[in-house]
Design a protein around this ligand. Structure first.
Ligand code: ADP
Ligand code: MG
Length: 375
């Protein structure tokens, strides 16, 4: 049996737990042409939620057109333009008996894409590699994409994942999207996603500010604790590994709140100990250590970049979350000069997503890094 847990890329189907309320909201907004911004820290399951919502929309609505791109995967404007063109073409093909010929479809874009046939025999549209002014042409492709989506017969959705990357490709993209969204009213649901921190930086920093008022925020919190415990138990059962409610609870408690971290520990725990024996607390502890050690090199790299006082402070947080980090005790133990140096160190480490303030306490944000630091 293959491992019943997955972590890393987005998940759907039986690998996706809970979130039914958020899914209802998102699918509803998508089919009603309402713009949404999905915000959460990394690894909370934004991309997964959007993927499952798109699948549900496809099952419910008649002929929805969905174009979904991840801006992190575009290293230059032409790549995003290619993804958009291919996305619109694929959306136009779905569920249609008489497919447009790719060459005919290509003519709908003012910047004419090249049509290639991929190894599976399917046509692929992409931006001509020799285009003169990629940012300008990306804008034109985005306008055409919006236009095609707005003219589609059923609900249509444009998903831009890792939206904070947009300004790296073209600082004018948020402004252009705002104009397009205004022009096309309720006929396209624009779904933007990114880490809360990054999006807030953009919105308050002014770059993405025009988008602020035109989309409804959907903030993803942690996945419900009980829901995750049930998920861990049922996936273990699916993989033929016995586990008690207590041990499943232990896995969730150790790694909350990011579902990514819970699946990571569950994945390792599943393959730890005797396959025929019920999973024990010891197996879970071993799995936590194993998994943390596997990423030693990455952790070492991130720690090396810190000054020694910051490192000490991080190790202190790994031992115990701190509610009063600028207290005299903490200052003395960390070797930092004073309370404001501690505050500065925390803010720098928060920027690098090493630490986070949650439920009133500062803590190491990655439970595996915390485990590794406690070694
Ligand atoms: N609803 C969920 N149920 C179970 N696991 C989830 C869920 N959402 C996310 N995950 C886990 O988190 C990982 C990262 O999810 P992803 O959607 O890529 O997060 P994000 O886009 O917020 O960074 C997935 O590979 C999966 O292991
Ligand atoms: Mg994501």
């Amino acid at each position: 049996v293959s491992n019943p847990f997955r972590y890393g890329e987005e998940v759907s189907g039986a690998l996706f737990a809970g979130r039914s309320r958020e899914l209802d909201v998102l699918v509803g907004r998508m089919s009603d042409g309402i713009n949404v911004t999905v915000e959460a820290p990394r690894r909370y399951g934004k991309s997964s939620l959007m993927r499952v919502a798109v699948e549900q929309l496809a099952a419910q609505a008649r002929d929805p057109w969905v174009v979904a791109v991840n801006l992190m995967r575009s290293s230059f404007p032409g790549q995003l333009a290619s993804d958009l063109m291919q996305g619109v073409y694929r959306a136009s093909c779905r569920g249609r008996r008489a497919k447009y010929r790719a060459e005919d479809f290509a003519k709908r874009f003012r910047v004419r894409p090249v049509v290639e046939i991929d190894p599976s025999g399917a046509p692929r549209l992409s931006m001509h590699p020799g285009t003169a002014d990629p940012p300008k042409e990306l804008r034109s492709v985005l306008e055409d994409t919006y236009h095609e989506l707005a003219a589609a017969p059923g609900p249509s959705v444009l998903v831009l994942d890792e939206f904070q990357e947009s300004t790296r490709l073209d600082p004018g993209l948020p402004q252009l999207l705002k104009a397009l969204a205004d022009a096309h009213g309720a006929s396209v649901s624009l779904v933007l996603a990114g880490s809360h921190r990054h999006l807030m930086e953009m919105l308050t920093g002014g770059v993405g500010a025009p988008l602020h008022k035109m989309s409804e925020p959907l903030a993803l919190g942690p996945v419900d604790h009980e829901e995750m415990v049930r998920f861990v138990r049922s996936r273990m059962a699916h993989g033929g590994r016995a586990i008690t409610a207590e041990v499943a609870d232990r896995i969730v408690t150790l790694c909350e709140p990011a579902p990514h971290d819970i699946q990571r520990l569950a994945y390792e725990a599943y393959r730890t100990g005797e396959p025929d024996a019920a999973l024990s607390d010891t197996d879970v502890a071993v799995a936590m250590r194993e998994s943390a050690y596997r990423t030693s090199a990455e952790y070492a790299g991130r720690i090396e970049a810190l000054a020694s006082g910051q490192r000490t402070l991080l190790s202190m947080l790994a031992e115990q979350p701190l509610t009063q980090p600028t207290s005299r005790d903490v200052v003395r133990h960390s070797g930092l000069a004073n309370g404001s140096s501690v505050a500065r160190a925390l803010s720098l480490m928060a920027q690098r997503e090493l630490v986070v303030q949650r439920d009133g306490a500062w803590r190491v944000s990655d439970p595996f890094l915390a485990e590794w630091l406690r070694r």
